[in-house]
Design a protein around this ligand. Sequence first.
Ligand SMILES: NC(=O)c1ccc[n+]([C@@H]2O[C@H](COP(=O)([O-])OP(=O)(O)OC[C@H]3O[C@@H](n4cnc5c(N)ncnc54)[C@H](O)[C@@H]3O)[C@@H](O)[C@H]2O)c1
Length: 341
Amino acid sequence: MRHLHVERCAAAREWSSGFRPAPRGPIGRTALDFIPVRVVVTGGAGFIGSHIVDALVARGDEVAVIDDMSGGREENVNPGATLHRLDIVDPAAADLIRSFKPAAVFHEAAQMSVARSVREPIFDAKVNVLGGLNVVEAAADAGARFVFASTGGAMYGDVDILPTPETCRPWPVSPYGVAKLALEHYLHSFHVQGRIDYISLRYANVYGPRQNPHGEAGVVAIFALAMLEGRTPVINGDGRQTRDYIDVSDVVAANLAALDSKEREGVFNIGTGRQADVLTVFDVLRRSLGSKAEAEHGPARPEQRTSALDSTLAAEKLGWSARVDLETGLAATATWFRDHR
Ligand SMILES: NC(=O)c1ccc[n+]([C@@H]2O[C@H](COP(=O)([O-])OP(=O)(O)OC[C@H]3O[C@@H](n4cnc5c(N)ncnc54)[C@H](O)[C@@H]3O)[C@@H](O)[C@H]2O)c1
């Protein structure tokens, strides 16, 4: 089964891209044997997906974006990529993947609000489980490698071990986390059947240019815009809750490492391993923007108190680790919001 799958991947890649496959097989590209390939990025008009698209286009890959534009923006999509306005739940999205025959699919599209997943668990499952499965099945049929945007923060809940390694039992509390874990399990099942090779990347809290500042999550974007518009940022509770904040450029690098890796299956935390509390994020942004904003403290939300991800495994197996420190990344993000609002 496995042997057949390798052959299918190689054939699909040669046929779809028009380039000769790398001598050492369909996956595991390095700078020395780099050849452009066809790639699909779902959610490629959104925050993280659009940065992945930029990096792939810059490498010369042929990129098709699937996005229903429910949260994405047309101006985010690199002009070197082709945008297909499709819902991932729609069979037409699967048809597109099957006919495009990409060498890899980056699955970033999601219902990504934890709060909405609690309010509307069936809608969340429809998009994140059924829509995800629609994309996984089509990717398997196309012989594509699969790189999945999973979650670290919502996966482990409050645990004793910080930073948290992948060996900690995933025990998600929110329907959003449950759906992400379910798709990881489907990917494992497909892999064992010999149908797909995949890497699941459990992102920490990602920040950077293009993050939606109007959502209920994404504290960096929300604070930066409030400061720039002279509004009073609201900190939920005492602001001592911690998260592992990671720059989007590091997340893009992790996705490229996952694409190029020889690993046929793996689940990896993608974080810095460091905790920062909301008060710290607020202070760094205020300094970066030269703002005099004072925060208001709102009621505490029922949310996780601490979070940090141990990415030792990603360093060992993917050769990836976070490079951007919080001060540098937040300053660059604040500058971007100042220049682009
Ligand atoms: N931002 C973070 O801190 C973070 C952390 C962990 C995991 N993630 C995951 O990373 C991925 C990208 O997140 P993001 O922050 O860029 O979010 P985003 O909302 O900016 O991007 C998601 C994109 O998916 C699209 N989309 C949503 N539903 C769709 C559907 N049914 N069909 C087609 N397209 C659809 C949206 O239009 C949007 O462009 C998501 O899967 C999210 O769950 C994000």
